[in-house]
Design a binder for this molecule. Sequence first.
Ligand SMILES: [Fe+2]
Ligand SMILES: [Fe+2]
Length: 384
Amino acid sequence: MLRTTLQRSVTLGSGMSPSCLRASTSLYYMSSRTMMTSATRTNALQDAKAEAVSTSAHTKNVLANTADVAGKEHIPVPKDIVPSEIRGDWVLFHPVYTPEELKAVDVLHQEAKTFPDKFAVALVKLCRLGFDFVSRYKAKPIPPNHNMSLKELRDGGYLLDDAGWLARILFLESIAGVPGMCAATIRHLRSLRLMRRDSGWIHTLLEEAENERMHLMTFMTIKEPSIFFRALILGAQGVMYNMFFLSYLISPATCHRFVGYLEEEAVYTYTRAIRELEEGRIPEWENLPAPNIAIDYWHLPPTAKMLDVLYAVRSDESTHRFVNHSLANLDNKNDVNPFAMREPDMHVKGKVIAFEREESKKYVQESYDILENARREAREQVAK
Ligand SMILES: [Fe+2]
Ligand SMILES: [Fe+2]
């Protein structure tokens, strides 16, 4: 209902000031399935004007996004068969980043102040040690002034090769998609059971789960995992889902903090992968084209490479870090999710570890103000 109102407000509010328009259009995009790039915003607004009398926003945005991607790549549309591979950006809302945003991500750490925070950070460290042991990753620092070749550095355990990076990423992403879905399930069931509204948390959690799944779908196009690897993921998923489910019933805030720390590790891992690729230490990926699924999902140019994918994924991980640490600072029973209507861009999410509770409250109020302004200006426009 609120989302529909937002769309209609923006549709009618053409006389607003540039800053207000920018903020209000952000709200429109938040209410759409995807944050669109600036090149498509005008079209999106024009489409929105027709939306009042046309089909549902969902159908319209799927078609618009698909057409946008199809226009760049001339994707053939099969006429007589059911295609086995879907193309285009048809999924839940997720950000699409500008070049400046992709670089605006720092490795950050939330200080653990309370006992649950310290427990969460210790658990993440334990998980990391366990995973390093299983994947035989040593993370040895490269000696200064060494004269070892790339092969010697890899054989000596100083660097991962491309297969090592991929195994590490695939395992992490297969696990990372669990918490958001699990938390969304619990909040969904609680809303049904108690017959009360959820304060806007569920869809952000679902978006995170899908975003992580899209990371997995992207990287698994590069190499088909072995049976052993699949068995490992099967076991890990079973443990992770059940442990997280039970833990979330007991302490949702600690669970969001745990995910926040996990995402700190993800940002660190992708930052390191980006640096090694840029410094020529993963030559196998230097000219590797971005998979089609990644080009569609992040609206990358058709010439995009693996490096562009890593930058986009790192920005997503930074979003998860910021969102989960912010949610951990809230009263999860009563507070509104500050990201239900809009999200800050990467100059905030990549540079700030989290919103404190007061900042979240202020952000929610700003969203309501933007909405109210858009409504008022829309009414004035109609009255003219
Ligand atoms: Fe991920
Ligand atoms: Fe993540």
